[in-house]
Write a protein that binds this ligand. Structure first.
Ligand code: SF4
Length: 426
């Protein structure tokens, strides 16, 4: 029997695709191992979103090259975004890599490893399921690719144009997940709310998904684009109890000129008005966001606009980073690249303010009663369980009755320790 090591890096869609690939490989009679010395093949599912992510992959490649040189005839397969973006570089700089398989042909790895052949199709293929057996949470990819071409982002070049998954396949997967005891699903796509298939847009899809949930209690979606948040979508979220009222709304910058340079197709004012309309329609709404500082040409005043916009949005969680140059994107050629130390200083202040804001917001939520999915046992106290609520907040509690991982419980938060609430059954 052939054995394989499978490593996956980067976004949730990459993780979901790695799961699907793993299921197919096991279904084809191969066995997964964590030990490369026992493996016939190593598959690295790569990420290109930042230079640091690519550097990490080069490090992994040199590790596996070392094993291969020591006479272990391991086959090295590179797939994912880096395989798409740097096909020639990988072939030239890492000739020990046996196959470079682009992100849209990822599932061809099964044929490559089983039958020693690679079939090629130039369109993205969705799998019938991305479920990892035994999990209580699952990703459900619904679209792939991006048509937006934000000027700093490599994704449209490596993932290609948007392709939406047929509605009946999505519904079939949701019903399957419900039958396996899954309690939480996340609809996934690079630009998830631009879903479009046979007259079904994202609000219509979300409505249909909610009619087939069975015991699934939490429905999330990631990552949306602000420009595709229609009034219908906001109404649908507000009207569906099981769609989590915790929305990831990537802001990127709080300044209109920078947003335009980023090609984000929105302005500071339009973003604020979207936030207002979501707040006035969706009960108990919380936000997560992505925000970037140090974009080429960003002045101090424009940076201050981002800080004030963060205060306006007041996200409960934020993914904060500074601009990283990606070769092959329009922003890489822009004038006014900001020095590293200045970008670091801007990011540090942003993080400091957000940590304080998030701690304040969480403290004010002590005392809330919420439903939460039990995800595991706490590290420090083996008698306590950890649960995640609709707002992606973790609560640790000592169960008073028989509660197991995968149950959904009602909890009251009684205090806050770091980022985690201490709670009790309500
Ligand atoms: S919306 Fe922009 S940031 Fe998101 S994947 Fe598309 S191009 Fe990249």
């Amino acid at each position: 029997m052939k054995r394989y090591v499978l490593e996956s890096y980067g976004c949730q869609l990459n993780m979901a695709e790695a799961n699907a690939l793993d299921i197919l490989l096991r279904g084809a009679g191969l066995e997964r191992t964590d030990d490369a010395h026992q493996a016939d093949a190593v598959i690295i599912n790569t990420c290109s979103v930042r230079k640091s992510a690519e550097n990490r992959i080069w490090g992994r490649l040199s590790y596996y090259h070392h094993i291969k040189k020591a006479d272990h005839p391991i086959r090295i397969v590179v797939t994912g975004c880096m395989a798409e973006r740097m096909k020639d570089d990988l072939r030239n700089q890492a000739p020990f890599v046996d196959a470079v398989i682009g992100t849209n042909e990822k599932m061809d790895i099964v044929e490559y490893l089983v039958d020693d052949r690679i079939g090629r199709e130039d369109h993205y293929r969705f799998m019938s399921s991305y479920y990892n057996e035994g999990d209580f949470s699952s990703y459900v990819p619904i679209m792939n690719g991006c048509n937006n071409f934000c000027s700093y982002c490599i994704v449209p070049y490596v993932r290609g144009r948007e392709v939406s998954r047929p509605l009946d396949e999505i519904i079939a997967e949701v019903e399957f997940l419900s039958s396996r005891g899954v309690k939480e699903i996340t609809l996934l796509g690079q630009n998830v709310n631009s879903y479009s298939w046979n007259g079904y847009d994202f609000p219509k899809l979300l409505y249909q998904v909610c009619r087939h949930l069975g015991d699934i209690e939490f429905v999330r979606f990631d990552s949306p684009h602000p420009k595709d948040f229609s009034p219908e979508l906001i109404e649908t979220i507000a009207g569906e109890e099981r769609v989590c009222s915790h929305i990831h709304l990537p802001m990127q910058s709080g300044n209109t000129r920078i947003l335009q340079l980023m090609n984000r197709k929105t302005t500071r004012e339009r973003f604020f008005s979207l936030v207002d309309s979501m707040r006035s329609t969706i009960d108990g709404l919380t936000f997560a966001t992505d925000v970037m500082v140090g974009f080429p040409g960003e002045t101090h005043e424009e940076y201050e606009d981002t800080l004030s916009a963060m205060e306006y949005l007041s996200p409960i969680e934020a993914f904060m980073y500074y601009y990283n140059l990606r070769e092959g994107t329009p922003a890489a050629k822009m004038e006014g690249q900001i020095p590293e130390d200045e970008k670091t200083a801007r990011l540090e202040r942003l993080i400091e303010e957000q940590l304080a804001r998030s701690a304040r917001m969480k403290s004010s939520r002590v005392g809330m009663v919420c439903r939460a999915l039990v995800t595991g046992v706490t590290r420090d106290d083996k008698q306590a369980l950890l649960a995640r609520n609709a707002h992606n907040e973790m609560i640790s509690f000592r169960p008073s009755s028989k509660v197991v991982i995968g149950d959904v419980v009602t909890l009251r938060t009684v205090s806050l320790k770091g980022n985690t609430y201490l709670g009790q059954e309500a």
